[in-house]
Each structure stands twice: as C-alpha cells, then as structure tokens.
Design a protein around this ligand. Structure first.
Ligand SMILES: [Zn+2]
Length: 203
C-alpha cells in the first residue's frame, strides 16, 4: 500500500487496454478488471469504477502541463494539480484514475470524497487489492510492485512472464509514436476529449 516511487515508462509489450480504452501496465490491468467486477456485484452501475486515466506518456503529460500553465498562470500553481512532465506516476502505467461519478477536476474533490463509490473504494477495494491513495486526488490510486504481486497471486498467475502479448500492444506502440511525433495533434485530440467529457458530466 505504498505509492510508486520510480517513474519508468512500461515497455510496449507490457501495455494492456482496459474497458473504456485506457491503457495500463500488466498486471495492473487485472486490478482494474477485478475492481469493475466487484463494483458491479456490489450494485454500482456502469460507468462507475471505469478507469478514466491510466498510462500517460511523458509526451502527453507535456500537453497537460502546458494547459495547466495557461489555466493557473504559474508553474507553482499548476504544480498543485498537474505533475510536470517526467514526474507523474501515470508514466509508469501503474496509476489509475477511477470514475467515481464526477469529472476529474480540482473542484470536485469534496463531492467525490462524499460518494458511496469513494467509500467503497477506500474501505473495501483498496485494502483488498493493496492500492495506495493520493490524499489530494480521491480518484487517483496507485499499484506498486507489492500490489502487482498481490493480483498475480489472487488470479493464480504466479509469474510476471505469464503475460500473454496482446495485439493491442502494437497499437500502443503506434499511439506512443504518434504522441511523440504529433505533439500538438494529440494535444488537440486530448483537450477535445476532456472538454466533451466535462460538458457531458455537467448535464
Ligand atoms: Zn491520476
């Protein structure tokens, strides 16, 4: 139950897609899948507990950082809400932002903390799957090496080498390449997605 201390990006063949299109490092994707199963069984409807943000490359973080600089005006302020490129735990593929019913936004911290979904996550799921919290962002949880070992044990997959390469890892590599080369193109797509998502949540 500790946060991830390194900032290494996963290898291309370690990347897996989860429900909703986000990417995570194997076997953290198994944690995300198990959590969705548990949540549905406990009566939480879709899309609660879907992963809204998983693996983010350093190149993608650069786009978010520039956006935060524009929004908050200074690096000191922006730093409170967006990690500068190279520092986010999302670079490792082991950090998960969950859908807890409100958009992932600094304005919604108290609202999210008051939800039944958050309480279920904090009191039942996090101890079970050994996820570490980040107190400033109730949607953000991290799966370190001990958490990875835990899910491999729970699923009866004793070795990391048991990972089956998926065809989507090729897609992951292509997307990674595109995000490095097509910096502004990806940024525009990402911001459009965020804007659409936030608008949708306000309805
Ligand atoms: Zn996060």
């Amino acid at each position: 139950m500790a946060r991830i201390s390194h900032r290494r990006e996963p290898a291309g063949d370690e990347i897996r897609y989860v429900e909703g299109g986000e990417r995570l490092k194997y076997p953290v994707n198994l944690v995300a899948e198990a959590i969705e199963r548990d949540a549905r069984a406990a009566g939480f409807p879709y899309p609660l507990f879907r992963v809204k943000s998983g693996f983010r490359s350093i190149a993608t973080q650069e786009v978010l950082w520039q956006r935060a600089l524009e929004r908050y005006g200074s690096a000191e302020e922006a730093d409170d809400w967006v990690a500068p490129p190279g520092r986010s735990s999302h670079h490792t593929g082991g950090a998960l932002d969950f859908d807890l019913g409100y958009s992932i936004n600094s304005r919604n911290v108290d609202r999210i903390r008051a939800t039944e979904a958050y309480r279920y996550l904090a009191h039942e799921l996090a101890p079970k799957y050994k996820l570490a919290p980040y107190s400033r962002e109730p949607w953000h949880w991290e799966c370190d090496a001990a958490c990875e070992d835990n899910i491999l044990r729970m699923e009866g997959r004793s070795e990391r080498g048991a990972a089956t390469p998926s065809t989507s890892s090729t897609v992951g590599k292509v997307l990674l390449g595109v995000s490095v080369v097509g910096f502004m193109g990806v940024g525009g797509w990402f911001l459009w997605g965020k804007a659409r998502e936030e608008g949708w949540w306000r309805l």
